[in-house]
Design a protein around this ligand. Structure first.
Ligand SMILES: Cc1cc2nc3c(=O)[nH]c(=O)nc-3n(C[C@H](O)[C@H](O)[C@H](O)COP(=O)(O)OP(=O)(O)OC[C@H]3O[C@@H](n4cnc5c(N)ncnc54)[C@H](O)[C@@H]3O)c2cc1C
Length: 478
């Protein structure tokens, strides 16, 4: 069944595209790493700037993490064929001179702020176990992993320099305050798995407001009808993952859905114009793709978390970046310095920066994102060991982008904080309504995986047009 996205002249894209492969450059990259190109046809969507019935916002801020040269994606994800051992392999020091940290190397909670920070502390422990007191340690990257590592080593008496490519600290944590009535987050907004991490307590101690954020969404059809979420899609994914767990080799989530038969849901429409198959597509677009930034054809059937393992989240409304301030202020951070080359021997490390300067140290902690390592933007001499190169190739990098919109006044009347759409091919299938959270008529939309990769290339006008079309189901009926 083919369903138009909207009733206007916008291009029509087939639903249930997850069974047909993907269109993203990122997908090609990940699949190439796995050696498993999709043999299936690729859908294309032509962006449009056709006007929407949604009023124009008075302010907009977008992200494009996949084309950011110092991120090259949003966070790592378990690509098919990648295992936790790959993360562990990347975290192994190279001749006790080159150490790796960053969310992709985290043993627990990779892809998160908490995981990134713990990886930095782990790398600092590794350095301390071999380094003499007073040694010079260079940390590459002033994200949370790098700042955590540098802070611990500085406290332990080492001479620490942090080298950062950007003109700011924080990396993928980026809080914007200028021109907005409250801080907005271009990277993380949430504290995940609050039962196992302490970030919420830390924000509280810093005086930063965080609020419990319910994962129970309001779901709307293309025509704006509010419908109860039918669990049939989440159940199909959960059953497919159980099936995948019993296979002798890892398979993609897409393959698990198809080969287990769990994708065989009814396409018959009910009174709301929705089928069971729509709810499977809903689970994929609003959860799987949002969590990993990738498509089911790229995600590991063995290591993708089951839908029923979701934990409570907190949303940070007082500025995620506050977490970094104390560490960053106390450290020697050299900004706007891009490391391009790392040479290492038994006796030390020398670094080359983009502008041609050289820097030497006893040891280095590399915290640049996995996407940057995959790109080969930092050259190592001698080349990294096989296990490190294998891990860099195997792990996936997903893409999640955001759009923040501020309106003069709300065009919606729902007080639900989390909005989702079902039965449409919305680029932005998930929205956070900040009105009940902050009192401001501000919305945060999210676009993931191949849609995010495609939209990263378009103008602000096209990006906004796509977001506004996605919001049409939430407009108050006249
Ligand atoms: C849109 C989005 C939403 C997210 N949502 C959440 C969320 O809600 N909750 C959550 O817990 N996590 C979330 N994350 C993930 C989280 O932001 C990251 O896991 C974490 O911030 C990564 O920290 P890091 O220190 O490993 O890497 P980074 O923060 O990327 O730090 C690496 C640093 O290295 C620098 N660098 C890169 N290349 C070079 C070079 N050649 N030379 C010198 N420096 C270099 C970069 O500029 C950067 O500052 C989100 C991420 C994104 C993008």
């Amino acid at each position: 069944m083919h369903t138009p996205r909207n009733s206007d002249e916008r291009p029509v894209m087939k639903r249930r595209t997850f069974l047909l492969g993907t269109a993203s450059g990122l997908s090609v990259m990940v699949l190439a790493a796995c050696g498993a190109p999709s043999p299936l046809p690729t859908p294309t969507v032509v962006p449009t700037t056709a006007p929407s019935v949604i009023p124009q916002p008075v302010a907009m801020q977008r992200t494009s993490w996949s084309v950011d040269p110092f991120a090259r994606g949003s966070f790592s994800f378990p690509a098919v064929g990648a295992t936790p051992e790959h993360r562990a392999a990347l975290a192994v020091p190279v001749i006790d001179r080159v150490f790796f940290a960053g969310e992709a190397t985290a043993a627990t909670e990779p892809g998160t702020v908490q995981g990134a920070r713990e990886s930095g502390l782990r790398a600092a422990d590794q350095v301390q176990s071999v380094a003499q007191s007073g040694e010079r340690i260079t940390v590459i990257g002033a994200g949370i992993a790098g700042l955590a590592a540098a802070t611990q080593l500085r406290s332990a008496g080492y001479s620490v320099i942090v080298v950062e490519a950007r003109d700011r600290v924080g990396g993928r944590i980026e809080t914007v305050t200028k021109d907005w009535p409250m801080p907005i987050e271009l990277g993380p907004s949430f504290i995940h798995n609050t039962t196992v991490n302490t970030l919420d307590d830390e924000f509280t101690a810093l005086g930063v407001t965080t609020l419990p954020f319910s994962q129970v969404p309001e779901a709307r059809t293309r025509t704006g009808e509010v419908v109860p979420v039918n669990p049939v899609g989440a159940e199909a994914v959960a059953a497919a993952l159980v099936w995948a767990a019993g296979q002798p080799q890892d398979v993609s989530v897409e393959r698990a859905l198809v080969d287990s038969g769990e994708n065989q849901l009814s396409a018959s429409l009910n009174a709301e114009g929705l089928s069971e198959a729509d709810w499977l597509e809903y689970e994929i677009s609003t959860r799987l793709k949002m969590d990993s930034g990738s498509t089911p054809s790229e995600e590991s059937g063995w290591y993708t978390p089951s839908p029923d393992t979701a934990d409570d989240d907190y949303v940070v409304v007082g500025g995620y970046g506050t977490l970094l301030k104390a560490d960053a202020d106390a450290l020697d951070v050299t900004m706007s310095s891009v490391v391009t080359f790392i040479a290492y021997t038994d006796s030390g490390v020398s670094l080359r920066l983009g502008a041609g300067e050289a820097l030497s140290a006893d040891r280095v902690i590399v915290t640049v994102p996995l996407g940057v390592l995959k790109d080969g933007a930092v050259e190592f001499s001698p080349a990294l060991p096989f296990a490190h190169k294998g891990a860099i190739a195997a792990l996936g990098v997903g893409v999640l982008d955001k759009i923040w919109l501020r309106f003069d006044e709300p065009f919606w009347d729902t007080s639900a904080p989390l909005w989702t759409v079902v039965g449409t091919d919305s680029d932005f299938p998930v929205w956070v309504n900040m009105l009940p959270i902050t009192g401001e008529p501000v919305l945060m939309g999210m676009v993931a995986a191949e849609n995010a990769v495609r939209l990263a290339e378009v103008s602000d006008e096209e990006f906004l047009a796509s977001a506004l079309h996605s919001l049409e189901p939430f407009r108050t009926a006249e």
